[in-house]
Design a protein around this ligand. Sequence first.
Ligand SMILES: Cc1cc2nc3c(=O)[nH]c(=O)nc-3n(C[C@H](O)[C@H](O)[C@H](O)COP(=O)(O)OP(=O)(O)OC[C@H]3O[C@@H](n4cnc5c(N)ncnc54)[C@H](O)[C@@H]3O)c2cc1C
Length: 464
Amino acid sequence: MAHYKYAILGAGPTGLGAAYRLKELNVNNFIVIDKEPNAGGLSSSYVDDKGFTWDIGGHVQFSHYTYFDKLMTQALGEDGWLNHQRESWVWIKDRFVPYPFQNNIRYLPKEDMWKCLQGIIREYKLTSYQKPANFKEWIHATFGQGLADIFMIPYNYKVWAYPAEMMSYSWIGERVAITDLERVTKNILFDIEDISWGPNSTFQFPKFGGTGAIWLAVAKLIGEQYFRQNTEVTAVNEKDKSIIVNNGETITYDYLINTIPLDKLVHIMSHTSDEWKAEVKKLKHSTTHIIGVGLKGKPKESLATKCWMYFPEDNCPFYRVTVFSNYSPNNVPDINTHWSLMAEVSESPYKAVNSSTIVEETIQGMLNAKLIEDREHIASVWYKSLDYGYPTPSTDRDGVLNKIIPQLDKMHIYSRGRFGGWKYEVSNQDHSLMQGVEIVNKLELGIGEVTFPFPATANAMWGK
Ligand SMILES: Cc1cc2nc3c(=O)[nH]c(=O)nc-3n(C[C@H](O)[C@H](O)[C@H](O)COP(=O)(O)OP(=O)(O)OC[C@H]3O[C@@H](n4cnc5c(N)ncnc54)[C@H](O)[C@@H]3O)c2cc1C
């Protein structure tokens, strides 16, 4: 029976962060186990049979951490990257409005512009403030009725697939720009295009191989002898400190770093109580469908430099589309004759998606939203559905995490990462990698974690 000081479940950015840090500290007694053939998890990329490269949704790098930045350079080299200015837009009322939407309402028809402005003014005129109870109330208090009705509520439903009243707003910090009446009014009066905001106004992307190339390179830096790919963990015996994998083999450990979804972990643990199973049932997530459409020709002028676009209206199923060929010319077979669009569609028990028709609905939606002009130019269609796409920051999430994670820690099971830790606000690639690094720092060096226990601090410290 194999024994390791550390067993790491999952070879996504979190598991790779933990493994890389262990190597760096000269701790070589560890194994990374993943059910997929390659490392990368949700940050993997695929090349379809027509030669188009696809991420699992448009992934961009906007790091919060020096450690992460250095590792990215080491992984792909100084020359391995392309740098981009973020250009994100909202397609609404048959036109593009620059993001953030609330600062650019001057692009809207006058009636809608006034509804938005009136809502903001009314919020400013309120003399008493009541703390919002959920995300819906927060949206109304922050943006006013007009912006809520026209953009925030429909758009957020399309992204999250849950009604906003089921969600908390504790995850919001840097992620949403708060409406500033003075700024909005000035933008309208002086025709100002207000587009520079937040930590991701610039970002980098791998020249070759999509986002997945980063994580394959990081896995290579760690060394292939540390990985067991194509190996699914089917049981965790927390008392014996052992795991069982799909070929029946048992592996024992001193410390378990888990990055598989927390609810799934609880269900494969040998001694889980019904109370815990009931707790993790409260955790919500959405499924994400990714539809890549490879095209012949060139993007039309209005898409020539755009990065990604948001779609709040119901004439298309997707909430976001990325002009993926603009991220790297190598994402298409020949940039002189091809380009590509990648759409994301969310699903939950509150928002159904028919997986047998979603590709066709997406293509029709691209026609409706005037992203493409005809079907004749479609060269390739790629589709992938992710059961676990977004960890929903629901109102009862923190109660569940506060109950279970400290207990798991005591059993020497450290559940971290996008779905291991379930905290959307620290679930990008940089956050995930650093959650892996920080848990190793804690166990090996006694240095306290920041990113997982204190997301707001982490984002404030490294977000600017
Ligand atoms: C649509 C979308 C868009 C995104 N856009 C961005 C972006 O623009 N920028 C950004 O920085 N981040 C983005 N992300 C987030 C990014 O993908 C995550 O930060 C990152 O992949 C999370 O890493 P992780 O290691 O925590 O989890 P994962 O990547 O989910 O890795 C978990 C691993 O566990 C494995 N696993 C699961 N169950 C088992 C089992 N039973 N046995 C063995 N292995 C198992 C899986 O195969 C997987 O490899 C996006 C995510 C999505 C879904």
